[in-house]
Design a protein around this ligand. Structure first.
Ligand code: FAD
Length: 389
């Protein structure tokens, strides 16, 4: 059969944005190759058939952005609910409102504070260490918010997230630890926020609904048995959104990632924790947080008496794990530079998305960066004949 105009490897938000724009705006025939059995990348979700609850298969996804162009673009494919994300944290048998704010300070210290009193208290407690003298994450955190809040809300959680004692983590991991001297507990402070009304998969599926977009599932671009790399490399432009190290056969060594184990269970209670996310701040509780999906869509109707919760456990990813967050050690950054050099020399291939750039990208960032790639690389190439570099 005839070659497509463009091959996109990976059907996450980055790949689908490229495919959608190239088909609709540039009139191209696009072939999307996806190694999983479903499209959508990590934002993919499924409706549990028993309870009707939408389960985010690769971890909870909350959409938020202040980028007007991205907001207008995504609204072509879905409407959004008015959901506003809020996070709570459990510590020593008590539940606190996060991010650290006046409600948390009052509850934690057992008395009410005006904003100025709270500021004075935290300033006093953080005097113990000067920020410029901090030699590790623990000292840096204490220098910013003081020891009591650090020990309750940062220490255990951070230790579990990194499986490393905070005294052995670099001070550079945190630049600031914002404390809000008011009762605002909205998690995101973006201009736009909400969840896709009929779910992530409906949204992602609509992005690929164009007669000139073909999505081929269960097809790993790098598996020689599929023959796709051989078929397309050097013959048609390729946008590759898989792991950059894998593309080059890990020739400079593997980039390190962290992953999250998700333990999903259906419980016979109507409401387990009264909200979507509760962090586990105690160091001796093995999970980092518990998600309860039905609270993300309170507007939906569910089977009563049931709920679905997920316990999350954070750890270093091995070869067979889903790569979630770049670890980004000095060694990783060195390898990445070498891979970037190789990527620049790879003819007719553009690297993008979180795996292709080894960067944590929120959904709006992945979409925004794909729109820029269309403007800056693909449109000049396909519309004006510019070289693809
Ligand atoms: P991905 O979604 O990872 O898509 C890449 C696709 O490429 C995958 O489907 C993969 O199977 C495929 N692929 C890889 N290699 C190959 C190959 N060789 N051949 C064929 N296919 C291949 N963002 C937010 O905005 N809000 C959130 O609350 C949020 N929560 C998150 C929670 C977790 C645990 C994680 C990991 C991410 C979260 N994100 C969140 C980020 C969001 O998932 C990313 O922004 C989005 O996934 C980026 O899209 P992408 O297309 O770059 O990558």
């Amino acid at each position: 059969s005839a070659l497509p105009d463009l091959v996109v490897v990976g059907s996450g938000f980055f790949g689908l944005t490229i495919a959608e724009r190239c088909a609709n705006e540039l009139g191209l025939k696009v072939l999307v190759l996806e190694r999983r059995h479903h499209l959508g990348g990590n934002a993919y979700s499924e409706i549990d058939p028993e309870t009707g609850i939408e389960v985010h298969v690769y971890g909870t996804h909350l959409f938020h952005t202040s980028n007007k162009r991205v907001w207008e673009y995504v609204n072509r494919f879905t409407t959004f609910t008015g959901y506003q994300h809020r996070v709570f944290g459990k510590y020593r048998g008590q539940v606190y409102s996060l991010p650290m704010n006046l409600a948390l300070i009052n509850q934690f210290f057992g008395k009410s504070h005006t904003p100025d009193e709270a500021r004075a208290l935290i300033a006093e407690q953080s005097r113990e260490i000067a920020t410029e003298d901090a030699t590790n994450l623990e000292e840096k955190a204490i220098s910013l918010i003081g020891r009591p809040l650090y020990e309750a809300f940062i220490k255990g959680y951070t230790a579990k997230q990194w499986q490393t004692d905070p005294t052995e983590l670099s001070a550079d991991i945190i630049t600031r630890l914002p404390v809000r001297y008011n009762f605002d507990n909205r998690y995101f402070n973006d201009d736009f926020e909400g969840l896709p009304t009929d779910g992530y998969t409906a949204w992602l599926t609509r992005m690929a609904e164009h007669p000139d977009i073909e999505v081929r599932l269960d097809t790993d671009f790098l598996d020689p048995a599929n023959g796709v790399a051989e078929q397309f490399k050097g013959k048609v432009p390729i946008v590759y959104t898989g792991p950059i190290d894998e593309y080059f056969d890990n020739c400079e060594g593997r980039l390190s990632w962290r992953t999250v184990d998700l333990e999903v269970e259906t419980l016979d209670v109507d409401d387990f924790q009264g909200t979507g996310v509760v962090n586990a701040n105690d160091q001796d509780v093995p999970w980092t947080r518990i998600l309860e999906f039905k609270h993300l869509h309170p507007e939906r109707t569910y089977l009563p008496g049931k709920t679905i919760v997920v316990h999350e456990y954070s750890r270093n990813a091995s070869v067979d794990d889903e790569p979630y967050y770049p670890v980004n050690t000095a060694e990783d950054r060195e390898k990445l530079l070498k891979y970037r050099d190789l990527a620049k020399k790879e003819p007719m291939v553009l690297f993008g998305g979180r795996l292709g750039t080894y960067k944590y990208l929120d959904m709006h960032m992945a979409i925004g960066s794909a729109l820029s790639m269309v403007d800056n690389k693909l449109k000049p190439h396909f519309a004006d004949g510019a070289a693809l570099t």
